[in-house]
Ligand binder design. Structure first.
Ligand SMILES: Nc1ncnc2c1ncn2[C@@H]1O[C@H](COP(=O)(O)OP(=O)(O)OP(=O)(O)O)[C@@H](O)[C@H]1O
Length: 623
């Protein structure tokens, strides 16, 4: 019998739910390491890993997450520890989401999809949902359950229905209750796991993949599988609860120098990187804008618009960050780990959305009409409930910022660097911000001293004798990670393992012996000097590795060419006026081929251009 909706009840649960972050290290692959340098990252225990510190290769950076799955972890272990625990929520009208993040070729699709003999999170989670429903049905007979699926990809900023590939770019809508809806998206009822299998496999083949230098079958889109569980009470006045499970395989962040992308691949890559860039801005806003005043830029990309419920919204979320051990991936891995560390601070507020219905005459409902268990919650509530940056709402305890917490350090460093090349009028503002961060840093040093090791569930910290004078450089009596010398120009006999000190020479960024500038930068990390920054302006580029410089330039160019107004304003030294001029220039001339083209814009002199380049490159390296 059809039912008429008479009321929707959003029952906020008392608990907040921090986004759980797991990191999975893929096995070392010789073919990905043509120089034969070995691994730059390794696990220490089931929660901790360490990566060589690019600023000083005699140190490592340690990160702690909710779970760390090393290269030997099986598909089943990853599922049991990181995914299974959140699934029961969707039977109670709550949302849950699992998404795989990481550089291209680091194992996201392997983790989410797997292969027939080693099925990944998606098939295991769906099977588990069927099991849970079956068991619930046995325990209580007051409710009926139905399961359905939708499957879509976001390709080049277009939403495409994988169950109905002819469908064009589908719109994303938001209803008055802030539920995210996709009108026209196929929603197929499922009767069993094999039914799911039969629908899912052919649909997966519709996903856009292509071969790049780094991955023979690289996902060129973000794939989102939505499993919906609707439970309906068998009573005169029916209650209907809908829980949604999002299983997301994100496209990999890409460095086009290494992927060798050209033409259409390069365009895809631009869209992928831009949406991931927006995702990182969303996470930034959620993890640092705890006061509730920061605008979260969900609308700046389709991906973040769709994931709105999963980040800072109403879902129980798990992010599995996939990383690769080879040195070739070093900076991608480092960036992914810092992103994962920030994501740990995002808090969701799960709630049950329930519809109470009474039998009535047939009411026609479109497939994507707002419904029970919808994905949003009132905006005001979300903002109000957003986690303050330093407070773990799940425990009520202050979440310690380690003295070397990368989220504070990197912002601090970026600001310090920025100050060097900033016009006088902006210096005051930056200086204030630096002082605040320094105060926070000092406070966290105090905090961390009083906390026992078990409480230090921090986002990550630098381990090194200079920072933790009495602790050994490497814990657990493991020998230090050693970078093998490149085998490219050596015979097999000469492949001796170098000592950690020699590694410094191979460090990807620090090329020259420490100069005055570098010493001061190191001091900024370790001592947070109170004195004035008075670093000479000239020759800053020569202190950085060419690859890093080129990568940063490419990223800036990408934002200039495909960034929205807001993305452009996110660049250093670009305000409203310049952002508009850049968009106007793009409309007339197309893309910028190099950063230097910016001088063609009225008001951007070569002096302004060099400050712009410097500020943005230093800022991107520091974050
Ligand atoms: N844990 C693992 N064990 C064994 N092989 C793995 C593992 N993780 C990844 N691989 C292999 O590494 C290669 C790249 O993995 P995958 O395609 O999953 O990467 P990806 O992150 O999805 O890349 P992209 O973003 O380009 O799609 C594949 O050949 C995959 O089988």
């Amino acid at each position: 019998m059809a039912a008429q909706r008479v009321g929707e009840v959003a029952k906020a649960t008392k608990q907040t739910s921090r986004v759980r972050v797991a990191v999975r290290l893929r096995p070392y692959m010789e073919k990905q390491d043509d120089k034969g340098e070995g691994a730059c990252v390794r696990g220490l225990d089931s929660q901790t890993l360490e990566i060589i510190n690019w600023r000083n290769a005699t140190e490592t950076l340690q990160y702690q997450f909710d779970a760390f799955h090393d290269e030997r972890a099986t598909q089943q272990e990853v599922f049991l520890s990181s995914v299974k625990p959140i699934l029961p929520h969707i039977l109670n009208g709550q949302n849950a989401s699992v998404f795989a993040y990481g550089p291209t070729g680091a194992g996201k699709t392997h983790t989410m999809l797997g292969v027939p003999e080693l099925p990944g999170v998606i098939p295991r989670a769906v099977r588990e949902v069927f099991n849970l429903v079956k068991n619930k049905g046995k325990q209580e007979d007051a409710w009926d359950y139905s399961i359905s699926m939708s499957y879509l990809e976001i390709y080049n900023e277009k939403v495409l229905d994988l169950l109905c590939p002819s469908a064009q770019d589908l719109p994303i809508r938001e209803d008055k209750d802030r539920n995210i809806l996709i009108p026209g998206l196929t929603n197929t009822p499922l009767t069993s796991f094999s039914d799911f299998h039969a629908q899912f496999l052919p649909a997966s083949l519709n996903r856009t993949t292509a071969s790049t230098k780094l991955n023979q079958r690289s996902s060129r889109s973000h794939a989102i599988l939505l499993i919906k569980v609707v439970r309906t009470q068998r009573a005169a006045q029916q209650r209907v609860q809908t829980g949604k499970l999002y299983l997301v395989d994100l496209a990999g962040s890409e460095d086009n120098r290494r992927t060798g992308n050209k033409g259409i691949r390069l365009k895809e890559s631009g869209a992928i990187n831009l949406s991931l860039f927006t995702l990182s801005k969303v996470v930034d806003a959620l993890s640092t804008g705890g006061s509730g005043t920061a605008r979260v830029p969900y609308r700046d990309s389709k991906l973040t618009r769709l994931l709105q419920d999963s980040l800072g919204g109403s879902a129980h979320s798990v992010m599995i960050t996939n990383i690769a051990p080879e040195y070739t991936y070093y900076f991608d891995t480092y960036t992914a780990l810092n992103f994962a560390a920030k994501s740990k601070q995002v808090v969701n507020k799960p709630f049950v959305r329930e519809t109470v219905t009474v039998p009535s005459t047939q009411v026609k409902r479109s497939r994507e009409e707002p419904e029970a268990g919808g994905s949003g919650e009132p905006h005001k509530k979300r903002i109000k409930d957003r986690k303050k940056p330093d407070t773990d709402e799940t425990t009520g305890q202050a979440q310690p910022h380690s003295p070397t917490d990368p989220s504070v350090l990197s912002r601090l460093m970026a600001l310090e660097k920025l100050l060097m090349g900033t016009p006088v009028k902006e210096r005051l503002k930056l200086h204030r911000e630096i002082q605040e961060l320094k105060a926070k840093q000092k406070e966290s040093v105090g905090n961390s001293k009083t906390l026992t090791e078990s409480v230090t569930a921090t986002t990550g910290h630098v381990s090194g004798s200079r920072l933790e004078g009495d602790s050994p450089l490497f814990r657990l009596h493991l020998p230090p990670i050693q970078r093998k010398q490149s085998t490219a120009a050596r015979s097999k006999k000469q492949q001796a393992i170098v000592s950690p000190l020699q590694v410094v020479q191979l460090c990807p960024v620090v090329k020259k012996p420490p100069s005055c500038l570098q010493k001061q930068k190191i001091q900024a990390v370790n001592e947070v000097p109170d004195g004035k920054e008075n670093i000479s302006d000239g020759g800053w580029e020569s202190h950085l590795d060419k690859v890093v410089l080129d990568q940063s330039r490419d990223k800036i160019l990408q934002v200039l060419n495909s960034g929205s107004f807001k993305d452009l304003k996110g660049l250093q030294l670009i305000g409203d006026k310049k952002a508009k001029l850049i968009i106007g220039w793009r409309e007339i001339h197309g893309s910028f081929t190099q950063l230097e083209d910016l001088t063609q814009i009225v008001g951007i002199t070569s002096k302004i251009l060099s400050s712009f380049i410097k500020a943005n490159i230093l800022s991107s390296i520091g974050t």
